[in-house]
Design a protein around this ligand. Structure first.
Ligand code: GTP
Ligand code: MG
Length: 180
């Protein structure tokens, strides 16, 4: 009997404060959503196992602080990352505009051998808010940005309603695995 191959994949969640990074992680890993906001301080990880084809994959998901005054851990925890999930809130323009900075700073700090092909996934979160009537970033605008960055996969999610969250993380696991 051949044992399935095991992989440990390090995933980093980045994006402005309040966009829903912690909520996406909690929805995916624990199937829980909390409406009260509690800022993440520093960075910590949780793990989640899943199977992709014949491979057992352990995702080590690092949730980071969007608030600048809590970004005190330095850059050591980016090292060895296999995929970076960039998150913005489709209802907050600034959180979309800042993606460029998160993207560039991440690449600078993780210093991958090939920055052009480092795997990112973009998530536009909170599509449930006001039935979609308060969104200010269209799906097309987000997709265009992804294309300009070398075809980053894009997912629209609601951590609150558990919409598209699993699909986004499965894609993350797949592309991280492909470059592992
Ligand atoms: P920092 O830890 O400060 O970086 O913020 P964060 O990105 O981790 O945001 P967090 O997950 O704490 O969510 C911020 C607020 O938005 C909380 O009150 C959440 O309940 C709420 N929230 C998160 N995701 C959604 C969503 O999909 N829909 C709605 N309506 N609210 C959400
Ligand atoms: Mg958080």
């Amino acid at each position: 009997m051949t044992m399935p191959k095991r992989s440990l994949l390090k995933i980093i969640l980045l994006g402005d404060s309040g966009v829903g990074k912690t909520s996406l992680m909690n929805q995916y890993v624990y199937k829980k959503f909390r409406p009260q906001y509690k800022a993440t301080i520093g960075a910590d990880f949780v793990t989640k196992e899943l199977q992709i084809d014949d491979k057992l994959v352990t995702l080590q998901i690092w949730d980071t602080a969007g608030q600048e005054r809590f970004q005190s851990l330095g850059v050591a925890f980016y090292r060895g990352a296999d995929c970076c999930i960039l998150v913005f809130d489709v209802n907050v323009l600034k959180s979309f505009e800042t993606l460029q900075i998160w993207h560039d700073e991440f690449l600078q700090q993780v210093d991958p051998s090939n920055p052009e092909t480092f795997p990112f996934v973009l998530i536009g979160n909170k599509v449930d808010v006001d039935g979609g009537n308060s969104r200010v970033v269209s799906e097309k605008t987000a997709r265009d940005w992804c294309v300009s960055k070398g075809d980053i996969p894009y997912f629209e999610t609601s951590a609150k309603e558990d919409y598209n969250v699993d699909d986004a993380f499965i894609k993350v696991a797949e592309i991280a695995l492909a470059t592992d």
